[in-house]
Design a protein around this ligand. Structure first.
Ligand code: ADP
Ligand code: RBF
Ligand code: MG
Length: 177
């Protein structure tokens, strides 16, 4: 996947209410427009990387990119579980993420037993925790992308593949690499 690492940011919106939080694994959802801007070589599946909410500290994260069956398979979702315990929800705030590596493909939704899903997600978190300790990944945590997320104009409708080319169309969500 040549587009990795992939940087993007957007507003945290309400998800599909599938009860991620009840599973103990809340996932912050990006709006459709952010999802639609994903490069074609970023396939569906589970990724690990870094994330921050507004101007807050950078945390480890795991992200699921997949198709939501409730939307007749026409709507792909991007859900980020930040590996950190937050005091409050952060709907409406800006989530900045860098996706660094691919963990696995998404397992079929229909055949999924809930316990198996939880176990799989716990393993993903464990793998992300380990991988993100590598020195080459620590560098991305320090990336300027995370320094002033709110100074960069962010809306919910556009994206870019180059942080350096801040055209009107592409100033919002970016990939600096
Ligand atoms: P929804 O279906 O609306 O996405 P979830 O059950 O997935 O609902 O909960 C997601 C929300 O929980 C996020 O939008 C965020 O406001 C909050 N939240 C609290 N802690 C976390 C966390 N560690 N990672 C992601 N979201 C979190
Ligand atoms: N959903 C799936 O249907 N299959 C998966 O393999 C799967 N893996 C996930 C891995 C991670 C790290 C996360 C955060 C979510 C994953 N999901 C997966 C999405 C999950 O179904 C979604 O968050 C639901 O809202 C949980 O009820
Ligand atoms: Mg969610």
């Amino acid at each position: 996947m040549k587009s990795l690492p992939y940087f993007c940011r957007g507003e945290v919106v309400r998800g599909f209410g599938r009860g991620s939080k009840e599973l103990g694994i809340p996932t912050a959802n990006f709006p459709t427009c952010v999802v639609e801007q994903l490069p074609a070589d970023i396939s569906t599946g589970i990724y690990y990387g870094w994330a921050c909410v507004d101007n807050g500290p950078v945390h480890k994260m795991v992200m699921s990119i997949g198709w939501n069956p409730y939307y007749k398979n026409t709507m792909k979702s991007m859900e980020t579980h930040v590996i950190h315990t937050f005091k409050e929800d952060f709907y409406g705030q800006t989530l900045s993420v860098v996706m660094i590596g691919y963990i696995r493909p998404e397992k079929g939704f229909d055949s999924l037993v809930l316990d198996a899903l939880i176990t799989a997600i716990r393993n993903d978190i464990e793998e992300a925790n380990q991988k993100l300790e590598l020195p080459e990944h620590q560098k991305l945590k320090e990336d300027n992308f995370f320094k002033d997320p709110l100074d960069t104009p962010v809306d919910k409708t556009s994206t870019s593949t180059a942080a350096s080319t801040l055209s009107t169309e592409s100033k919002h969500i970016m990939n600096g690499h």
